[in-house]
Design a protein. Sequence first.
Length: 404
Amino acid sequence: MMLTLAARNITRHRGRTAMTLAAIATGIAALILSGGFVQNLYRQLGESLIHSQSGHLQVARPAYFAEGSRSPEAQRIPNLRQVQDELARVRGVSHVMARLNFSGLLSNSRSDLPIIGEGIEPLHEAELSTSIRVVAGRFLRPSDRTGALIGEGLAKSLNLAPGSAVTMIANTVDGAINTAELDVVGVFRSFSRDYDARAVKIPLAAAQDLLGVDDANTLVLLLSDTGLTAQAAGEATGLVQPRSLVVKDWQQLNDFYASTVALYDRQFGVLMVIILFLIALGVSNTVNMAVMERMGEFGTMRAMGNRGATILKLILCESALVGIVGMLIGVTLGVGLALVISAAGIPMPPPPSSNVGYIAGIDLSARTIAEAAAIGVVGTVLAAILPALRARSVPIIDALRTTI
C-alpha cells in the first residue's frame, strides 16, 4: 500500500520529478564514466609496465631486490636452468626468460655515458616486449651475437642509429674491466623516458661474456593473463623459497604504478563525495518544495489517525523510488556512453616521464557501477530525511491551516 501510494505521488508533478531524475542520472553517469576512465588508465599503465620492462613476475635473490642496483651482476641465481624449468610448469606461465642486469659505460669513440645493461634472450623477450616500439631498425634476434638494442634517449645523446658501432665497458664479477664491441641493430621507445635514456639490451650470451659469468641474476615470468598474477606468484614462491629466492610481482617492482593508483583513488574518492553532495542538494530542494505544498495533505492524514512515522515513511519511500528510477536511468546512460566513447577512443598525451601517448577508453566494472548506483540512491534518500522529519513534527492544526 505504501509503495503504491508513493508511486502515485511521484507522478503528480511530472516536471519536477523529471528534473530530479535528470540530476540523479547525470551524477551516476558521470561517476561511471570517470571511474571507468580511471580503471582504463590503471589497466593500460599496468600492461605498459609489464610488457616493456618488468614482466608479470620476477625471481631473484633477496639481495638483488634490496641492493641489486649497486652491483646486480653479483646477485646471480644458482642452478639457473633447473629453476627456469621448474617455474615454466607454474599454471598460467607462458614464458620464463633469464636476464643478466648490469651497469657500465657505452661509448661511441667520442664520448661515453653510464648505462643500465640487460642481457636478454631475444626470442622470449620479443613475446614480452609488446609495449616497446622499435622506432628505428629492428628488435634483437637470436643470431645477433654482438647486436645491441638501445633506448631512444640514449641514441640521441650519443648520436647513434642502426648500424653504428659502439663499445660497452663493464666490470667483470672479479673486478676486472672488460669491453665488448657491439653493433646497434635498433632503437626502441618504451613507456618510460628515463628508462630509454639509459637502457641497452644485448643478447644474454654477450652479457655473460662481458661479465665473465655463465648464468643470470633474474628470471622474468610472463603470464597468459594479468589476472593470474597473485595465483602464479603464490605457486612460484613455494617452488623457489627452498632455494633462498624471492618472487616479486609487477606492482611491487613498479613503485610508479602504486603511486599513480593512490593518487587517482584519492581524487576519485573526492569526486564521489562531491557528486553525492550535489545529488543530495538537488533532491533536497525538490523534496522541500513538495513537502511544503503537501503540508495540508499530511495534516489531514494525521487528523484521520495516521502517525507521524507514517508520514516519514511515505516521504522516504517516495524518495527511494525516485532514486531507484534515477539510478536505472543513470546506469543505462553511463554504460551506453562508455561503450560509445570506448569505441571512438580518447587520444591522450604522454603521461609525465613518458614518451608515448595512448588511446584511452572507459572500462566498465561491476564495482564502479555498483558504487555509482549506491551513491545515487543513498544520496536521494539522505536528502529527504530532514524534510520528512520537518513534516512529521509540524502540529496537526498548523499543517491543516496551510490549506486555508
